[in-house]
Design a protein around this ligand. Structure first.
Ligand SMILES: [Fe+2]
Length: 431
């Protein structure tokens, strides 16, 4: 995304995606009920446009606001989450789409006609990536609400796979490994765009560890459920018990048992739980309890990154398990398979140590709290990371709903440990 053409292509593709997500909802569906993990989709589209307006048009050109009365409505830090459901607060869909189109056309024209400086490119990318974060949240909202999958998703409901799945560990040797984006990445690095929380990179001395080659599968998780894992307090931490009891959790969020058969809701369809698919929509507390039951532990975020990238202190730096550029045929992202491939699929995405599906499929819980790296400096958008430091757990790798243009192995996402509505799963380490 380093020249005008590829920037315009990303802008256009992101625009198409978000409009497809919105326009495939009928008027009734677009009026979503209040849920803590989602947003009204019309507000989300207006908010994404506002980000472009605020950080590009207003910031760079001092362009007057499209509608000053609405600035505080589209700004997520001015309008509290619950308030986004107030009747009549923001414009209706046609007016919001006019605002969205007007803003996008101005941004497009700006890219086409003005010189592309490094700092401008950084802002364009930032706004496009922010829009793609909202594309992901619009996808998980559809899952939360039981709506149809994204219209551009493949219709893969998962084929039964009888191949035996390797539940073995891979061994990662001790050594000095690089974490984060290289310190030489400038603040406005355009080749190596990254968010503030990935910088500055550093070297860690790691002991050897063993980590599972594959994600935890439904079959493995079922063994936990069937052995009484949810009922037996000994598997749960104090905070985990509190979460389990307050939510009455007895299985992953979108599972149910009917006539003795476990079913999983995949968007608007109830499908049999398939043994070889990755378990997903589990909270950190469930992942932690599973580990206790299985005599395992969650990786730290450094272990996860080393297992995924294997960037040694001396040697080439790679952003992906297979090299330095995103290659979408190696991953389940952009809503292609929606985490409905076996955990043994996609060997072409293996890490240098043989770990599979580390990028895409599901975000992976780590045992690490989200903190800034030493030398952290806040980006232009002060809330990309800072609000989550201290009480969120780090998840890594992106999910099937994440846009592939957004991700790399150093990317850090953070969720509160109770989140199970997002596409999140986990892999484990030997103790
Ligand atoms: Fe946002």
């Amino acid at each position: 995304m380093n020249n005008k053409q590829s920037l315009l292509a990303s802008l256009e593709q992101s625009r198409e995606r978000v409009l497809e997500l919105l326009n495939s909802l009928d008027a009734q569906q677009a009026k979503v009920p209040y849920l803590p993990g989602i947003n009204p989709p019309i507000w989300e589209v207006g908010h994404a446009a506002f980000f472009f307006e605020r950080f590009i048009l207003q910031n760079l050109d001092k362009t007057p606001s499209y509608n000053p009365a609405l600035d505080d409505i589209w700004d997520s830090f001015e309008l509290a989450h619950e308030d986004r459901w107030q009747e009549g607060l923001f414009p209706d869909k046609p007016d919001t789409l006019r605002y969205f189109d007007d803003t996008f056309n101005k941004v497009k024209q700006r890219i086409e006609t003005k010189a592309l400086t490094d700092s401008d490119l950084y802002l364009y990318k930032y706004a496009i990536f922010h829009l793609n974060m909202h594309i992901e949240s619009m996808v998980w909202a559809r899952q939360s609400l039981g709506y149809a999958p994204p219209p551009y998703a493949s219709n893969n409901t998962g084929a039964e796979n009888t191949r035996s799945i390797d539940h073995n560990d891979v061994e990662v040797p001790a050594g000095r490994y690089r974490i984060g984006m290289p310190p030489e990445s400038a603040h406005y690095a355009t080749e190596d765009f990254c968010f503030d929380n990935e910088k500055p990179g550093f070297v860690v001395e790691m002991e050897a560890f063993k980590i599972s080659k594959n994600l935890v599968s439904n079959a493995q998780y079922l063994a936990f459920i069937q052995s009484g894992g949810y009922e037996e307090d000994q598997h749960w931490s104090m905070a985990g018990l509190k979460w389990r009891d307050s939510h009455g959790a007895r299985h992953p969020l979108f599972w149910k048992k009917e006539n003795g058969i476990w079913l999983e809701r995949h968007f608007d369809q109830w499908l049999p739980v398939q043994a070889e698919l990755p378990v997903k929509h589990v909270s950190y507390w469930e992942a932690q309890a599973y580990c206790k039951f299985a005599g395992r532990r969650l990786p730290s975020e450094f272990e996860w990154e080393v297992a995924a990238l294997g960037n040694r202190e001396q040697g080439e730096f790679n952003k992906f398990p297979w090299g330095n550029t995103m290659e979408t045929h190696r991953v389940d992202m952009d809503s292609t398979h929606m985490a409905r491939l076996p955990v043994s699929a996609l060997p072409e995405g293996d890490s240098p140590f043989g770990c599979r599906q580390m990028i895409g499929t599901v975000w992976e819980w780590t045992d690490s709290l989200f903190f800034p790296y030493n030398g952290f400096t806040m980006d232009m958008y002060p809330f990309m990371s800072t609000l989550q430091f201290g009480d969120h757990k780090v998840v890594r790798g992106g999910s099937c709903a994440t846009s592939s243009i957004l991700i790399r192995g150093t990317y850090r996402q953070a969720y509160t440990p109770d989140r199970n509505d997002v596409f999140v799963g986990f892999r484990t380490c030997a103790q």
